[in-house]
Structures are given as C-alpha cells and as structure tokens.
Design a protein around this ligand. Structure first.
Ligand code: PLP
Length: 495
C-alpha cells in the first residue's frame, strides 16, 4: 500500500535536516548581543556557517524518530556474537546518576572525591579477585584500548630486560582488534591456525615460538565460542620461550566466577566491563577496558592508579621508579562505566556472577541444540556462551548467510554476527547472553528454523529482497566507508 504522505503507519519518510532548511528560521529567539567585547582575538565567526534554519519541534521530532529507528538491547533480542549485548539493569543507571558520581570532575581536589577514588579501588579489587591477577590498570577506554595498554606494558617489561622482541602470535580466529593492536605497537603479526576442533593448533604454536616472540594473544573462550582446553600447556610453552601470554578477556562473561584467568597462566588480560559487567554499549561507545596484570608486569603498568593511603585514597600520577610506560589517556578512566560495573557486581554477589556464566553457557547450548540439524554447528561438542554455525545447509539454495540475516530483520530480531570468525564458511555466530528468557529463545529458534525451511523450499528471490518491512531495505554495505559524505550539499545527496 502506498500513502499520500510517504509515511507508512508511524514510520515517517522524512528528508534530512539540511533539506528541511528554511533560511532565517531559528529555534531560539534572542537579541543579538550588544556592547560586549569579544575575546576571541580575531577567531570570531566571519559569516554564516551553513546550519539549516529549523524550529525546535522539528529538530526534536527528527531526532526522536531517528532514535526509534535504532535497534537496541532495550528494544528486542540482540544475539550479536562476540558483543555480549545483555540487559543493562536500571539499578546501575540509578547509581551512576547520583550527583556525587555524575557531577564529579577529574580535576577536583582529592579530598573532595574520596568516594569516587574508593569506588575505583573497590572495583579494581574485585577485578583482581575475579581474575586471580595481582594488578589492574583501570584507565583503558575499551577492549581494544586495553589490548594497547597490555601490549605496551609487555613491551616495557621486555625493553627493561634488554630483550626487544619483534613478533606477536595471533590465532586465525582472533578478533580483528588483536592483530590491529599488535601492528599499532610495531610488532609483526604471525597467524597460528586452528585445529579441526576449533582450538589453537599446539604443534603450529610450538613451531612459531622462538626468541623473537614478544607475546601470544589468545581469546578464551575463543571466538568460535569454545573453551581453549589446552590453555595451561599453551601458557607453559609461551613462558618457556620467554614470551608473555596476553589473554583477550572479551568473553569473560562465559567464565566469570568459574575460572580465574590468572590460574590458567595468563600474564595480561583486558576485561570489557561493557560486555561482562553490563553497562550500555554499541554504536561506538562508551566502553571500558581495564587490564589485569601478573606480578611480572605490574611495575610497567600505565599511570595513573589509585592507592589506599592512611584512611583515604590517592591517585599516583608519577612513577618514581621510571618503569611505567607512561600515561595512556587523560585522567582515570570511564568513571560512569566503573559505577555501573560495580553496581552490577555488588547486586549480583558472588553466587549471582557465577550464575551469569552458567546461564550464558546454558542459553547458547539451548539455541545450538534447537537449531542443530537445520543448521550445521561448526564444531562438535558443547559450546560456551555463543554457538557457531557454518552455511553448509544453505548450499544450493541460492540464499546466503547475509540474506538470512536480512530476513531476520523482518522478523524483529537483530541479526547474529555474520562471516566471523573467518575460519568458518559463511559463519553465523549467535550469542543469546544469560538475560534472555526461554520464551525469547524459543521464538528466535522457531524463526530461524522457519527461515531455513523457507530457504530450502526455494524462495531465493524473496530472500534477496529482504528485509521487506524495515524502514530502509538493503543499503550499500560499503559506500558509507568508501565514499563518506561529511558535508552536505544538494549535489552530495545525489551521489
Ligand atoms: C569486543 C571484542 C574486542 C574489542 O573490544 P572493544 O571494547 O569493542 O574495543 C576484542 N576482542 C574480542 C574477542 C571482542 O569480542
């Protein structure tokens, strides 16, 4: 059905704000400032800067509608593998909005932010307790930033012992940030293949480990959703070669309260607070990626850090030993994420955190068991917090993993992660998380099974047209990256 307005129900078909421009229209009605000297020293605005003329209600409606077109964990099931899109308890939000936290400024005198410092120290204590590692650097702003902090710490430790190594080993299935971080730190990246069980190939690792390897970066559970069951041996081999063992802790959600990474022999590991300990994320931020460290790395950790001092707490901003690799960023870290993560930990308690891991693993295995047969699990045996399928059962249907994901949008689900990890053909990586009910999982599984039936019955054209019901149909997957339009002009719209 077409409509006169172009709207469909409550989905508005509206132009860009720039296209709504009415020159001279303005959202505020203020007199031009009179008789006040400008202090901008010649940097004051010389003319109009091309913002569209709009009334306030127009702007409010525009952005409210845009926000409604956005899919979020608060809107529906979001099984994006490797992202841990779990429910964010509102208790966290209440805590973080308390004025003492929300209004604190990092340049306030220490005596006036003792509560905030205590919170950082308390969160640090629980992170080291849960991981069995003695130290933690709190300042990294996300997982990838934590990797950077970890590798810079490792490099500082190696430099201190006069052992400038050149290589970092990364398994084939690694998240893209692992090789990116190693490259950013000027290391050559060497890829280690997976074995037929989806775990790191120990023989290949042994061959690659020589005196030039600074570190192995390994995710556990790995990005195939599998526990690296030879990890203790991996750690032994890495240490025997004089290298450090970096653990990518993005999937800590699956083992929190059950396994302490320090006991596995890991020397440094970032924790994505925004994945394991809730806190909203996606759309580019915000995150928080503290790095826990083994004793051998603690002296080289970034500044600043909080220490207990008499009855209070203080920030250590300078390292008298000169061994810290320095500052990673201004100030102490993502305070808002710290408050949320600690609220999450304390409201769950030890038994609750343990149950998080158990339920996350149970939910993923439930989805795997229900989809198995119609979909082909990439590896034998149970999975951890996410289940991985390849596209074998779509063979000869003319329907791809991408088509299937687009059809899921019509059904009101955010698609799973597609085509990652790269070790699996046409990969579909599904992470339900622990906060979804059996009813939600069943509806999702019923939908996935119905879609597969539909694909196998020969409806390729229908799939190629999916999504049929979304406000936008198929977008060009790469145009925004290849031809970004950063300044709007009437001509730019035509591109
Ligand atoms: C999410 C993720 C990262 C990167 O973390 P960000 O917080 O997005 O920077 C790294 N490794 C794995 C396995 C991840 O899932």
């Amino acid at each position: 059905m077409t409509t006169t307005s172009g709207h469909r129900g409550l989905v508005m078909d509206e132009p860009l704000l720039f296209e709504q421009d009415a020159p001279g229209r303005c959202g505020v009605d203020l007199d031009a400032p009179q008789g006040r000297p400008l202090k901008l020293g010649g940097l004051e605005r010389q003319g109009a800067i091309g913002l569209p003329g709009l009334a306030e209600p127009q702007v409010v409606r525009h952005f409210t509608r845009l926000s409604q077109k956005n899919f979020a964990i608060d809107a529906g099931f979001y099984p994006l593998g490797s992202c841990t899109m779990k429910h964010n308890p509102r208790l966290n939000e209440k805590a973080v909005r308390m004025a003492g936290f929300a209004m604190a400024h990092p340049l306030q005198p220490e005596s006036s932010v003792q509560g905030a410092l205590e919170l950082i120290a308390t969160l640090a204590h629980w992170l080291t307790t849960l991981t069995g590692m003695p130290g933690v650097a709190m300042s990294p702003a996300a997982g990838a930033h934590g990797e950077l902090a970890g590798l810079m710490t490792i490099r500082a430790a190696l430099t201190a012992r006069g052992d400038a190594r050149k290589k970092v080993l990364v398994p084939e299935s690694a998240h893209g940030t692992n090789p990116a971080t190693a490259t950013l730190c000027d290391y050559a990246v060497e890829s280690i293949p997976a074995n037929e069980r989806g775990r790191i190939d120990i023989e290949a690792l042994k061959e690659a480990l020589d005196g030039d390897v600074a570190a192995l970066m390994l995710t556990n559970p790995n990005t195939c959703g599998l526990f690296e069951d030879e990890i203790v041996e991996v750690a032994r081999l890495v240490h025997e070669a004089g290298a450090f063992f970096y653990g990518d802790g993005a999937n800590f959600n699956a083992i929190v309260g059950r396994v302490r990474p320090g006991d596995l022999g890991i020397d440094a590991m970032h924790i994505n607070l925004h994945k394991t300990f809730s806190t909203p994320h996606g759309g580019g931020g915000p995150g928080s990626g503290p790095v826990v460290l083994a004793q051998s790395l603690v002296p080289f950790a970034p500044l600043p850090y909080v220490v207990a001092d008499g009855d209070g707490f203080r920030m250590v901003e300078h390292d008298p030993s000169g061994r810290s690799f320095g500052r990673l960023r201004a100030f102490h870290g993502q305070m808002g994420m710290f408050v949320r993560a600690l609220a999450y930990m304390m409201s769950h308690g030890a038994d609750g955190l343990r149950q998080v891991a158990e339920d996350a693993v149970l939910n993923a295995n439930y989805v795997m068991a229900r989809l198995k047969g119609a979909y082909h699990p990439s590896f034998d045996g149970p999975c951890m917090h996410e289940c991985l399928f390849d596209d074998r059962t779509l063979k000869d249907t003319g329907v791809s993993t991408l088509d299937l994901a687009k059809a899921l949008i019509d059904e009101g689900f955010h698609p799973m992660t597609m085509y990652f990890p790269l070790v699996v053909h046409g990969a579909m990586l599904i992470e339900p998380t622990e906060t979804e009910s059996k009813a939600t999982l069943d509806l999702f599984c019923d939908t996935m099974l119905a879609l597969m039936e539909r694909a196998q019955a020969g409806n390729a054209d229908w799939f190629h047209e999916s999504p049929h019901l979304a406000p936008w149909r198929r977008l060009d997957e790469t145009a925004a990256a290849r031809h970004p339009v950063l300044t709007w002009t009437p001509e730019a719209k035509l591109l």
